[in-house]
Design a protein around this ligand. Structure first.
Ligand SMILES: Cc1cc2nc3c(=O)[nH]c(=O)nc-3n(C[C@H](O)[C@H](O)[C@H](O)COP(=O)(O)O)c2cc1C
Length: 212
């Protein structure tokens, strides 16, 4: 669809988890590309943000947006140092006032620590990162027992809705990134963005301390 979208004047910024895919979408006319590391919440690839972003930056000549594990100004500044020109943040916004996910979901993110998430679904070729829960345990167990892609697909269908809308702890899939342990405060989206920008400026202004 990329050609048609470009012809219609639509900017296309695909999310990629590898250098090969970044090159492909750049060739097809992407305006920019989001290089998303495996730390992210939701569907993920295998490479970490730290390793992926500079390799994508070197591989394409369109702007690169870094995603995965960025939730404060330090992360934003680090992404810029890796060559990114912007960041995409997901997990921190789960607890934004404007975010309509269930209270159960928000409480789980606020209580999470650095080891609270796990990736399931590698056997299907479509891994997903979510907060550890009865659902991820059951899913991982089924994967371990060699459940088919169809069986796993059936398990996953509707699980995000059960988490986001119903707050169903037992059956919901609470997509969330590894950085959740640092997300401890409910704020408005504006406050979150302001904090990211101010934090990045603070870190970047202090960076000259590292050079003579
Ligand atoms: C609950 C949740 C749902 C997401 N859904 C999508 C999606 O539908 N499509 C997509 O491209 N990325 C999705 N993402 C990934 C985000 O767009 C973003 O790239 C990612 O969250 C960045 O990493 P972080 O979670 O560490 O901030 C989702 C992330 C979360 C946490």
């Amino acid at each position: 669809y990329m050609k048609a979208w470009n012809e219609a004047g639509i900017k296309v910024i695909p999310v990629v988890a590898s250098v090969a895919l970044a090159r492909l979408v750049a060739r097809r006319g992407a305006t920019a590309v989001v290089a998303e590391g495996t730390e992210s919440g939701g569907h993920i690839g295998e490479t970490s943000t730290m390793a992926l972003v500079p390799q994508v930056v070197d591989a394409v000549d369109i702007p690169v947006v870094a995603a995965g594990g960025i939730a404060d100004g330090r992360g934003v500044a680090a992404a810029f140092m890796l060559g990114a020109e912007g960041v995409q943040v997901g997990t921190r916004f789960l607890v934004a006032d404007e975010c309509t996910v269930s209270e159960q979901y928000k409480e789980m993110v606020l209580k999470a620590n650095d080891t609270s998430t796990r990736a399931t679904g590698r056997s299907t070729g479509h891994p997903v990162r979510a907060l550890k829960s009865p659902f991820t345990n059951a899913y991982a167990k089924s994967e371990g027992f060699g459940a088919s892609a169809e069986e796993l697909g059936a398990m996953g269908t509707g699980a995000l809705r059960k988490a986001a809308k119903d707050g169903n702890y037992e059956e919901g899939s609470f997509l969330c990134g590894q950085i959740a342990g640092m997300v401890n405060e409910r704020q408005s989206a504006r406050e979150i963005v302001d904090d990211l920008v101010a934090g990045a400026e603070h870190v970047l202004k202090g960076a000259c301390a590292w050079v003579a």
